[in-house]
Design a protein around this ligand. Structure first.
Ligand code: 13P
Length: 245
């Protein structure tokens, strides 16, 4: 499976920085797909820079409704219209800061698929849940609640992001990542059949050039969703180059 290295730019940078960062990635990395996810307002200019390159562009969220009186929200079709092809959904920062639930993530994922976007659905346990030995149960439950029918065949992507590893410099051990990814693969194949063997499963949470190779070598890890290190072109490309040939 061709690996995907995705950058979640979160709420960072101004327009000039976003364009410059995208320009720095245009050359791409052989054998790896790149995806960058800027804030909504930078989607179109970044998509213009990425046009004809090996870099795809995605949003960080979308609304579940097609249109309507939803002040401040952005529909999946609007995201698609910017030139973006992907959308991150159910990121733990959205689940925490905007009270998103599995059901709302499911509805947004359905809207994204209907608009022709490839969803990147995020799951992951909190530190308390991991310490309570519930990490695999939490992730399995989130997958069951937020992945709709049609996701697998449309090329939907899943990102495992343990909440306590995001922006902290801490990561699970390679054994812990491998165990969750094997659990996710098993759960998806059980629910959706053998097509789910080709669903990309990304790891996210403090991925850096220095720890990327070890993570990418694990079975059922098909790439990464990178936060902080995706804001520096050289670091993001170094992570992509760490993918085994
Ligand atoms: P960091 O790579 O900064 O830990 O962020 C991970 C993340 O949340 C990507 O979506």
């Amino acid at each position: 499976m061709r690996p995907l290295i995705a950058g979640n730019w979160k709420m960072h940078g101004n327009l000039r920085e976003a364009v410059r960062l995208a320009e720095g990635l245009r050359e791409g990395v052989d054998g790896v797909d790149l995806l960058v996810c800027p804030p909504f307002v930078h989607l179109h200019p970044v998509a213009v820079v990425a046009l004809g390159s090996r870099v795809a562009v995605g949003a960080q969220d979308c609304h579940a409704a097609g249109k309507g009186a939803h002040t401040g929200d952005v529909s999946a079709a609007m995201v698609r219209d910017t030139g973006a092809t992907h959308v991150i959904l159910g990121h733990s920062e959205r689940r925490q800061n905007h009270a998103e639930t599995d059901a709302s993530v499911m509805a947004k994922t359905e809207a994204a698929l209907a608009a022709g976007l490839i969803p990147v659905v995020c799951v992951g346990e909190t530190e308390a849940e991991r310490l309570a030995g519930r990490a695999e149960a939490v992730v399995t439950e989130q997958l069951a609640g937020s992945i709709p029918y049609g996701f697998i065949t449309a090329g939907g992507i899943v990102a495992y992001e343990p909440v306590w590893a995001i922006g902290t410099g801490r990561t699970p051990t390679e054994e812990e990542v491998a165990a969750i990814h094997a659990t996710m693969r098993h759960a998806l194949v059980e629910s959706f059949g053998p097509a789910a063997r080709t669903t990309r499963l990304l790891y996210g949470g403090s991925v850096k050039p220095g720890n990327a190779a070890g993570i990418f070598a694990l079975e059922h890890v098909d790439g990464a969703l990178v936060g902080g290190a995706s804001l520096v072109a050289a670091d993001f490309l170094a992570i992509a180059r760490a993918v085994p040939e």
